[in-house]
Design a protein around this ligand. Structure first.
Ligand code: SF4
Length: 298
């Protein structure tokens, strides 16, 4: 059986788990390529206009895979931590896909509660049961998948740059270099290093989040807010670069929360959608880089 894995959304964080799980069940894995112009064109054509760019891009990857495999992973990720949720768009992702792209092979629909091993095993039994009836094989695949996931780290922490910024945003906004127009390379070329939230400890994130009037129940808000404010307040970075998707409700709250807490600390917000022009994007990064340099010299 060929299982298609779209290289989009939380692929960048959880792919080792899914890839190992399906490989151990004897499936051949077909991954879509990194996001590119063709996938973006599919995305614009096969997703509703109102969706944010990352969700559109996910549609593009599914369309790319649809005639190349027997089944497509569409992870309906509900939770990864207790008492928190992922964005609502993830909860309805399979329905968005099947109502926008026709003639699909079967897609996965079982909700994923990754905050709890037993609940995650239920997902594995349900989805693995569509491939084999051998429960022992499913359990072994599940255990190995968890082990591979635990070994995996993602994120960026550049060394050797005199100027450094935190690159904030959802994991796919930060890791998909087509979506973010290669922002890491652009910053590096201007002599600016980058650090991402994965390099801030959970304790430091929680310390910042606990100071808020109300603890955010969105995982993305908690992680990005806590890590960004921690790095800015403790002057571990010289500025904040936030890659935000046009139309993201979570970002609209999160950006204001960060702004309110970091005061006049340098903060660049880069909004992206499928129409964002690269020239304007470059100009803003260069102007921000000049400003950081002037602050250092003054
Ligand atoms: S968190 Fe924002 S960018 Fe991510 S899927 Fe939800 S609406 Fe889109």
């Amino acid at each position: 059986m060929k299982v298609g894995i779209p290289r989009a959304l939380l692929y960048y964080k959880y792919n080792p788990f899914f890839e190992t799980f399906y490989s151990e069940l004897g499936c051949e894995i077909i991954e879509s390529p990194e996001t590119n112009k063709v996938i973006l064109d599919y995305a614009s054509k096969y997703c509703v206009d109102e969706a944010c760019l990352p969700i559109k891009i996910f549609h593009g990857h599914v369309y790319y895979l649809k005639d190349k495999c027997d089944m497509i992973l569409v992870p309906r990720i509900m939770r990864v931590n207790d008492k928190e949720y992922i964005c609502p768009k993830f909860c309805g992702l399979p329905e968005m896909i099947e109502n926008s792209i026709y003639d699909l092979p079967p897609i996965t629909k079982t909700p994923i509660y990754a905050n709890n091993k037993e609940k995650l095993l239920r997902w594995a039994n349900r989805e693995g049961g569509n491939i084999t009836k051998n429960k022992i094989k499913i359990k072994r695949a599940f255990d190995n998948a968890l082990r591979e996931q635990e070994k995996y780290t993602c994120g960026v922490n550049d060394e050797g740059y005199k100027t450094k910024v935190v690159l904030a945003g959802h994991p796919y906004s930060v890791n998909d270099s087509f979506l973010n127009m290669n922002v890491i390379k652009k910053l590096n070329n201007l002599g600016i290093g980058v650090i991402t939230e994965e390099f801030v400890s959970k304790d430091d994130i929680n310390y910042e989040v606990d100071k808020l009037f109300k603890r955010p129940f969105w995982t993305f808000t908690k992680d990005t807010y806590g890590s960004t404010v921690y790095l800015a307040d403790n002057r571990k970075v010289d500025g904040i670069v936030y890659v935000s998707s046009f139309g993201c409700g979570i970002d609209s709250v999160l950006i204001e929360l960060i702004k309110n807490n970091v005061g006049d600390f340098p903060f660049l917000i880069l909004k992206v959608d499928e129409h964002t022009g690269e020239v304007g994007f470059n100009t803003r990064i260069e102007a921000f880089s000049d400003m950081l340099l002037r602050r250092k010299l003054s």
